[in-house]
Design a protein around this ligand. Structure first.
Ligand code: GLC
Ligand code: CA
Length: 533
């Protein structure tokens, strides 16, 4: 079986507001991404996924789309997008864009019409319900950003449903007109040449037709945030969602023979494993990659990770391709969660597991979460539910590029504060430092290219004890062994007999790997790759 680019390749997520500003407004833009393409080529990734850049009132920083077929002037123009896409392709990079099909902005023309009157032809494009007997919301569903998920519309005397902010009304995906409209949006961008989509909140797209109350969550504690007061049993992950995934798949696959070849769909899905893997669809007709976020919150412990990986591998349906991530624009950064030294071990894990890795911008610099004072908060989630640690501003700070003012991100003050360590921790500095995490990322990415066992080979866990997580990639003979010390004390691992001829390829610390009488001696917080070839 030959592998496709989205299977062997590495995806890199760019949060466009924070990558590179080129017009001095303190907000990153599409031209900025284009300016940094050579950095990305040098890093060694294969594809970028750009978070939303559509026209938007920015109530949720672009995840509230007011127009799907254009670019917000803060990010540039459609022509800038075409330039970026052409430039990326000319350098061998693929481009995925963010599709936000579950909801629009309250300012989208469709919603403006839908809200205009009960008899408007677009009324049924959104989810409108009569109030309960006492004027209360139609049911107990809670917005992911806190509070009732129903907003009263005085003028038309009904509630509309919003899984997120009230500025983000949910589309009614049971309406075929909505489906066709959004499939038209997909074709618009596929025709322009995008290599795929990351699909926002795919599991939210269909709600139970009769809108029953969600059951209370007996494990709820206030520190979890409002959303988890109830279990989203009826408001998410309904069986009919899979038909949508497969319709989207059909569209994406219909472009496989044109232009640059296969396109990919990555679905954002936060669900338990058994329900997550259903999004591969019967006969793999669902999305190509239902995003696997398990590493983000997993206990950082060798046996626990071993189990997690084994369970994931065995839950995958036949021919389903795995994928992994350490973070994204909604979750605490890996360097903060795991600490700066384990962030290096995590990088080796991410880039050597079987499956497509997604690297969150800045993780290759070891960026940590930025401290945000209450006065600096911009994220609507933090503004609505302050102090619980739910806010996402800390993981969205600008990329520190070099030692110039504002870390070379902008000539103006960045829209969020920079990480305070930017004078030392910036791309230019780290690129020159052979022991930096950036250099490690480059080496790991180069190793994936040089050794197909890492990007496409078979996967097998190896027996290990203590803090060591170990596995083999590729087929016998040949292949590679990856051994990761997830703890802060030295560990040793008895190597399989056939590894006697293996040589060290890479350590997360330096070039000194020690193997003594058949055992690999791992230093504290060290990860090692051994290779047969
Ligand atoms: C997804 C996005 C998140 C956004 C939400 C609503 O979870 O990743 O940033 O707030 O959808 O669109
Ligand atoms: Ca700008």
């Amino acid at each position: 079986m030959t592998s496709l680019w989205w299977q062997t390749g590495v995806i890199y997520q760019v949060y466009p507001r924070s990558y590179q500003d080129t017009n001095g407004d303190g907000v990153g833009d599409l031209n900025g991404i284009e300016r940094r393409l050579d950095y990305l080529v040098g890093l060694g990734i294969d594809a970028i996924w750009i978070s939303p850049f559509y026209p938007s009132p920015m109530a949720d920083f672009g995840y509230d789309v007011a127009e799907y077929l254009d670019v917000d002037s803060r990010f540039g123009t459609l022509a800038d997008f075409d330039d970026l896409l052409a430039a990326a392709h000319s350098k061998g990079l693929r481009v995925l864009i963010d599709l936000v099909p579950n909801h629009t902005s309250i300012q989208h023309a469709w919603f403006v019409e839908s809200r205009a009157s009960r008899s408007n032809p677009r009324r049924s494009w959104y989810i409108w319900r009569d109030p309960g007997p006492d004027g209360a919301p139609p049911n107990n569903w809670i917005s992911d950003f806190g509070g009732s998920a129903w907003e009263w519309d005085e003028a038309s005397g009904q509630y509309y449903y919003h899984a997120f902010l009230k500025e983000q009304p949910d589309l009614n995906w049971r309406n075929p007109e909505v489906r066709n409209a959004m499939y038209g949006v997909m074709r618009f961008w596929l025709d322009r040449g995008v290599d795929g989509f990351r699909i926002d909140v795919l599991w939210h797209m269909i709600k139970a037709a009769d809108f029953p109350d969600n059951p209370p969550n007996s494990e709820w504690r206030p520190s979890m945030g409002e959303k988890d007061r109830v279990l989203q049993l009826h408001s998410t992950d309904q069986p009919e969602v899979h038909a949508i995934a497969s319709e989207m798949r059909t569209i994406a696959d219909s472009y496989a023979g044109s232009g640059q070849g296969p396109r990919v769909l990555v679905g954002e899905i936060y669900l338990p494993l058994d329900r997550l893997v259903r999004y591969y669809g019967p006969e793999r007709r669902g999305v190509h990659l239902p995003a696997n976020f398990q590493l983000i919150n997993a206990p950082w412990e060798a046996r626990a990770l071993e189990t997690l990986i084994a369970n994931y591998e065995s839950a995958l349906p036949p021919d389903a391709w795995p994928n992994w991530a350490l973070g994204n624009h909604d979750r605490s950064r890996v360097a903060t969660k795991r600490g700066p030294v384990q962030a290096r071990v995590a990088a080796m894990l991410l880039l050597t597991l079987r499956g497509t890795p997604t690297v969150y911008y800045g993780d290759e610099l070891g960026l940590s979460d930025v401290a945000i004072t209450p006065a600096q908060v911009q994220d609507p989630l933090e503004l609505r539910e302050p102090g619980l640690g739910l806010g996402r501003d800390p993981v969205r700070a600008s990329m520190p590029w070099d030692g110039r003012a504002n870390a070379g991100f902008s000539t103006a003050e960045p829209w969020l504060p920079l990480n305070s360590d930017w004078p030392a921790r910036n791309a230019e500095k780290l690129a020159k430092d052979p022991s930096s995490i950036l250099t490690l990322y480059r080496r790991l990415l180069a190793a994936r290219r040089a050794y197909p066992a890492l990007s496409a080979g078979a996967f097998r866990l190896l027996d290990a004890t203590g803090d060591v997580l170990a596995y083999e990639r590729g087929h016998d003979p040949g292949g590679m062994i990856v051994a990761l010390n997830l703890g802060g004390s030295p560990q040793h691992m008895i190597l399989p007999d056939r590894a006697a001829t293996f040589r060290p390829l890479l350590s997360t610390i330096d070039e000194f790997v020690s193997i003594e009488s058949g055992a690999l001696l791992l230093r504290a917080d060290e990860g090692v790759i051994l290779t047969a070839a």
